[in-house]
Design a protein around this ligand. Structure first.
Ligand SMILES: NC(=O)c1ccc[n+]([C@@H]2O[C@H](COP(=O)([O-])OP(=O)(O)OC[C@H]3O[C@@H](n4cnc5c(N)ncnc54)[C@H](OP(=O)(O)O)[C@@H]3O)[C@@H](O)[C@H]2O)c1
Length: 299
């Protein structure tokens, strides 16, 4: 199958390229040069924010399926630059949806638990979004753009993506490992309840949703366990055999430009019933994260 994957230099997109390229013809799309390990895929640079280059790249490649994982994901950066966030997260998704509708290609657009306000999580697919902050609002508008312009598409919501993807940005979990390994303390929010998503595990579910189902509408695709961030950090540390200081911090004690949902998290029962790649428990995901980390550190 011909598959295009956006955000290919990112955590989720990079994992999806590696997995999809095993059996499919893959066009990896990112901003500027490729930072992925070499593999059986083609690369094209397309700026999601410029209004046309993603759509043009997709129309030229003529994919049968598109995983749209590219986005402006720096929540505080989006708060400072709302026009950039809008062009990237709404405009980029609009381009992907327009191209897929024109080509008759299957689209999965990746979104976020931040579409919820975090007053009463964990949330199911039918719960009403109430996004707070620029990142959250642009991602919600991106969901609407995808669902409106390409009604057969699926919107896959994930949360707190982490992994050891080569070339991708550091994550909370990778920083826990690196800081504790160096003997440095780690600060973690004690009042943010979240779902988490190991990038390779989330990518596998996104690809199954894309390639093996015709599911249309919103689906929650994070891993299964809902934890606060202190507990998440402790479980990461325990899995890596690291001791050291994890300092609980309240969200209100830190001046952050963008609001954070406090009681968040995603219910994933629907994905568990639909997909072979079931959402993992945190322990299962951390076993995999540890194995990936060790393999990549050795290589
Ligand atoms: N990260 C999380 O915790 C999280 C949580 C919930 C939902 N999500 C969603 O999951 C999806 C995948 O995110 P991720 O975790 O893989 O994030 P990521 O690692 O930040 O990857 C996003 C990718 O999008 C690319 N990008 C940003 N602006 C672009 C532009 N103007 N043109 C082209 N590419 C651009 C980035 O390029 P560069 O590498 O060049 O910056 C990056 O490679 C996104 O839809 C995100 O909103 C993420």
């Amino acid at each position: 199958m011909r598959i295009a994957i956006t955000g290919a230099n990112g955590l989720l997109g990079g994992e999806a390229v590696a997995q999809a390229a095993v059996d499919h013809e893959v066009l990896a799309l990112g901003r500027g040069p490729c930072r992925l390990p070499a593999g059986r895929y083609a690369w094209a640079s397309a700026d999601l924010a410029d209004g046309r280059s993603l759509e043009a790249a997709l129309l030229a490649f003529r994919p049968e399926a598109v995983l749209h994982a590219g986005a402006a994901t720096d929540v505080d950066g989006c708060e400072r630059e709302p026009a950039m966030a809008w062009r990237t997260n709404v405009g980029g998704t609009e381009q992907a949806a327009r191209a897929c509708a024109a080509l008759g290609a299957r689209l999965v657009a990746v979104s976020t638990d931040y579409v919820f306000d975090g007053e009463a999580g964990p949330y199911a697919e039918e719960d009403l979004p109430n996004p707070r902050g620029v990142y959250a609002r642009t991602k919600r508008c991106g969901e609407e753009a995808a669902l409106l312009l390409d009604p057969g598409c699926a919107v896959a919501r994930v949360a707190v993506v982490y992994g050891g993807t080569p070339g991708a940005r550091p994550t909370f979990a990778s920083q826990v490992v690196e800081k504790l390994s160096r003997g440095e303390p780690v600060k973690a929010f004690s009042d943010q309840l979240v779902s988490t998503t190991l990038a390779s595990s989330g990518a596998a579910r996104c690809l199954e949703l894309l390639l093996e189902t015709r599911y249309a509408g919103v689906l929650h695709l994070s891993d299964a366990t809902v934890v606060d961030r202190v507990e998440f950090a402790r479980r990461v540390a325990a899995r890596f055999g690291l001791s050291g200081q994890i300092i609980p911090v309240k969200t209100a004690e830190v001046k952050l430009p963008a609001p954070r949902p406090l009681r968040g998290g995603l219910k994933v029962d629907r994905a568990a019933a639909l997909l072979r790649h079931r959402p993992l428990t945190l322990d299962q995901a951390l076993d995999l994260f540890h194995a990936e980390w060790m393999t990549r550190s050795a290589g």
